[in-house]
Write a protein of this length. Structure first.
Length: 132
């Protein structure tokens, strides 16, 4: 257990630069806060364009994520429905909120719904998002 430096390669590549990974370390947060959210395509703040046939993408910023907070342990819900977390920005050491991208399934209803971030037993306050 602990933090380890690793490098990756494929059969036809050279080794990558080193990166640190957490091995068997639980991700622990003391608080989470969604500091902003917008449509990932239009960048319209607080709303996402949805339709029946294509998924939409939501970009949000979350403060309080631990260094090893990632798409495997961060849970996002919108109107109580779990969203697929596509990516979580790497912690750059600045202490600023980290960007998170999530997929909203096709056919999601229009209206105003609460977005919540959760990591283990720590949950953010809800942030209202309009689906248009």
């Amino acid at each position: 257990p602990g933090w380890h430096e690793v490098r990756l390669r494929t059969p036809r590549s050279r080794y990558s630069n080193t990166t640190r990974i957490a091995l068997d370390l639980p991700a622990v947060a003391t608080h989470l806060e969604i500091t902003g959210a917008c449509d990932a395509a239009t960048w319209r703040v607080g709303e996402v364009a949805v339709n029946e046939s294509d998924p939409a993408f939501l970009t949000l910023w979350v403060a309080g994520l631990p260094l090893n907070g990632d798409r495997g342990n961060l849970r996002l819900t919108l109107a109580g429905k779990r969203l697929d977390v596509h990516s979580v920005a790497v912690d750059d050491g600045s202490g600023e909120p980290r960007q998170v991208n999530a997929k909203i399934p096709a056919g999601f209803p229009k209206g105003r719904f609460d977005l919540v971030a959760r990591l283990n037993d720590v949950e953010s306050a809800p942030l209202p998002i309009r689906m248009v």
